[in-house]
Design a binder for this molecule. Structure first.
Ligand code: HEM
Length: 461
């Protein structure tokens, strides 16, 4: 399939990069909107160093810099203490924050659940959730819709049903509210998160500890519901419940007796890592499509005639090439993880510059994805970049990171976004309500500056 971008391809507005930035401005902006604080110099200089009190922040904005930190010298870099403070209340000791031997063990335990073999099973749940979403949207036709809320709901349904074979019901709404509330407030990094020694409390610590108690109580309730469901089904079938059925069973077998609630942390990590990021991708893809009716029509044409139900989703997936390209382009323009951060545990040299031990190192995916040095018309929405062309360099296009710590759910997330977009576009045409631009604001992930409303119409034919 060829999809050549028209010269007038839509280029959604984004905040301008900063001309000059000091440490206070940069760290403060992590709370307000980091996208306004990335220095313009990153577009030309492979290494930009910003002195901090007692240390420095190093921004590496080239594929070679990303390769160094994420692959060649990966063992010399570790999770950032500020990241632990910010994500710790949700992820605890889960995979995303683990380091060293603990990380290696946890990754080995989770890996079998995310192989291509398990994808068809997961896609059944994705197809069912997409179908439910289309039914909800159909019922609301005529009124304007909050597609951000709807995409969060679909992504959470998928996270809980595909991973834990569980309908979460009211617990689902609570999880959604908790995650959304946390990321919108306490999950925003503060200057104190970056500057205070790791063992010191920050002004946010008491409220984060309170959140952690609520979060753990909710995740444990999901866990208990899933265990009860497993036992109930085993009794019904008169069988012993010892063959792994899904991710929950694999995790339970590996971590069930681990001290300190590792199972709850791992489950919390997967719910939050898989839910907010995928919801964000779907939302931004819808926002881009709303201004690109021709791409919507092409998506509908691609999906027409394919069986996108539970039974046919796995077989249909390879044929949804444009839908996949739209998801990839949305991830380029609005990468939910817009910066990958590490702390240098050892000194090392990259791009001819020595990074001293203790430095905060940032790989701004946002800038790598939009640098005119590497992308033709980088601001334009052009899914054709991902069709009938070689894949971009894996250290230039980094929505899922790279190297040993690459996102474990990358294939699932891409399949999920592809299928949901195809399903939506087959049934509906969508447009934004009004002309107000939707501007990205990056704190923990990339969110819109306001919740836009969309108009949906049933697609003819
Ligand atoms: C569009 C959706 C997603 C995006 C953009 C995304 C992005 C990322 C990125 C950039 C990383 C690497 C971060 C780093 O190196 O510091 C990562 C790690 C991770 N992701 Fe995702 N992710 C997505 C969906 C998912 C899903 C669906 C799951 C699970 C069901 C998941 C689970 C994880 C976990 C557990 C890690 C930590 C891996 C490790 O440290 O070994 N993610 N993700």
């Amino acid at each position: 399939m060829t999809l050549t971008a028209a010269p007038e391809a839509h280029a959604p507005p984004v905040p301008a990069l900063a001309e000059r930035v000091g440490w206070l401005g940069l760290l403060g902006a992590f709370r307000r909107n980091t996208l306004e604080a990335f220095p313009r110099a990153c577009l030309d200089a492979p290494v930009v160093t910003i002195p901090l009190p007692g240390g420095r922040m190093v921004l590496l904005s080239t594929p070679a810099g990303a390769r160094h930190v994420l692959l060649s010298a990966a063992d010399d870099f570790e999770r950032l203490p500020a990241g632990r403070r910010v994500l710790g209340p949700i992820a605890g000791r889960g995979l995303v924050l683990a380091d060293g031997e603990a990380w290696r063990h946890q990754r080995r335990v989770l890996a079998p659940a995310f192989t291509p073999r398990t994808l068809p099973l997961m896609l059944r749940f994705v197809a069912r959730s997409a179908e439910d979403s289309c039914r909800r949207l159909e019922a609301g036709l005529g009124a304007s819709v909050d597609l951000r809320g709807e995409m969060q709901r679909v992504a959470l349904d998928i996270a809980t049903t595909s991973m834990f074979s569980l309908e979460t019901g009211p617990l689902g709404a609570e999880i959604r509210d908790l995650i959304s509330g946390y990321l919108g407030r306490l999950g925003r990094p503060t200057v104190a998160d970056f500057l205070l020694p790791p063992a010191w409390p920050t002004p946010s610590s008491p409220r984060r500890a309170l959140f952690r108690r609520r979060w753990l109580a909710t995740v444990r309730a999901v866990l208990a519901a899933r265990r009860a469901q497993g036992q109930g089904q085993a009794q019904e079938q008169g069988t012993r419940h010892d063959a792994p059925r899904d991710l929950f069973d694999l995790l339970d077998a590996a971590h069930g007796d681990a001290p300190g609630g590792l199972l709850a942390d791992e489950i919390g990590t997967l719910i939050v890592a898989g839910h907010e990021t995928t919801a964000s991708t779907l939302f931004w893809a819808c926002t881009l499509l709303a201004r690109a009716p021709a791409v919507q029509d092409a998506l509908a044409a691609e999906a027409r005639g394919l069986d996108l139900t539970e039974a046919g989703a796995a077989e249909a997936l390879p044929h949804l090439r444009l839908a996949r390209a739209v998801a990839q382009e949305a991830l380029r323009l609005y990468p939910p993880v817009y910066v990958i951060a590490r702390r240098a545990a050892q000194a090392s040299t990259v791009e001819g510059v020595t990074i001293p031990a203790g430095s905060i190192v940032m790989i701004p995916t946002w800038i790598l994805h939009r640098n005119p040095r590497w992308w033709d018309r980088p601001a334009a929405f052009d899914p054709g970049r991902f069709l009938d062309r070689p894949e971009p360099d894996r250290f230039l296009y980094l929505p899922f990171g790279a190297g040993p710590r690459i996102c474990i759910g990358a294939q699932l997330a891409l399949a999920e976004a592809t299928l949901v977009l195809a399903r939506l576009m087959r049934d509906f045409c969508l447009a934004l309500d009004g002309d107000r631009p939707v501007l990205p604001v990056a704190t923990t992930t990339v969110r819109p500056d306001h919740v836009p409303r969309f108009h949906l119409a049933r697609r003819a034919g």
